[in-house]
Write a protein that binds this ligand. Sequence first.
Ligand SMILES: Cc1cc2nc3c(=O)[nH]c(=O)nc-3n(C[C@H](O)[C@H](O)[C@H](O)COP(=O)(O)OP(=O)(O)OC[C@H]3O[C@@H](n4cnc5c(N)ncnc54)[C@H](O)[C@@H]3O)c2cc1C
Length: 316
Amino acid sequence: MTAFPLPPVRGKILEKASLAPYTWFRVGGPTDALFLPADEDDLQGFLAALDPAVPVTVLGVGSNVIVRDGGIEGVVIRLMGKYWGEVEALDGITLSARAGALDLSVAKAAAANGIRGLEFLSGIPGSVGGATRTNAGCYGSELRDTLVALHGFRRDGSPAAYRGPGKPGAQPEAHFSYRHTDLPDDLIVTRLILEGTGADDPAAIQADIAQLQARRGETQPIKEKTSGSTFANPDPPGTPDQRSAWKLIDAAGCRGLRVGGAQVSPLHCNFLINTGNATAADLEALGELVRRRVFETQGVELRWEVRRIGRLASEA
Ligand SMILES: Cc1cc2nc3c(=O)[nH]c(=O)nc-3n(C[C@H](O)[C@H](O)[C@H](O)COP(=O)(O)OP(=O)(O)OC[C@H]3O[C@@H](n4cnc5c(N)ncnc54)[C@H](O)[C@@H]3O)c2cc1C
């Protein structure tokens, strides 16, 4: 039983659910209640009826988070299942995607419909909801470049909509920067309208996606329990002679460094990996050790890109 009443829902509520299985790192303590809404109405009704004092956190597929060992207080929401993964082509250049859709599914749906310009999403292992919050990007493109509009709910269940940067419309414009958006913290994104750059032969786009994926597999430990780039590159994209976080970490002698079950990936040293029995505390301590060594040897203060959320074990 949770310490607060839970509104009736049509989806699922898992009380005292461990969050480790819901993150790529496979670490993290429990939440009071994990809510898997059936659809938008279910989500909105739940948010409106839930005691406003109860904290709510939304997770995508957990590919950019360390959930701490003490877990997350209140309710964690995950948009998963067939409904939340729906992607639909609207015309020759735009798609509608629910927030739980995987970036890869969106890239593939775009390709199947002959829409070019969304291939980069195939390199990001998250959901499009998570990609919005993190302004995910690779190979020179970011989520913001493709965003026409987004819809969602605030913590109190009120609907909210934003238009993409530079797009026409009456809604407020969403602002993004490198791996960041200033959308309200309590916004749960439920649906996006995305657009490509033009039309092309589906087979040609699919071949490019296959090539991007093969390149990733060679240069990144994508089969490990990881969370992608741990630290942001210190200079904004486009800066001449941009410094890479991985080069600084390598130069500081941190490749392969370990704390408990956490290790700096020997393949790509801006990735931390859980070698099997790491705790969130191991991963965080390793990240802090890397930051300290980079600062001491290179004079650069690295900024965490991975989001660390929840309570320490000692705070739970
Ligand atoms: C192997 C690997 C490679 C990666 N490569 C890249 C890369 O090239 N480029 C890149 O940008 N990232 C990369 N990442 C990081 C990660 O995949 C992205 O940041 C991704 O966008 C996170 O999406 P997610 O669904 O996993 O979100 P989560 O990790 O679950 O959550 C991330 C943040 O988004 C918020 N969030 C999630 N869903 C919603 C929603 N519906 N509404 C509002 N907020 C939400 C969460 O609260 C959290 O703050 C990589 C990760 C891995 C493991």
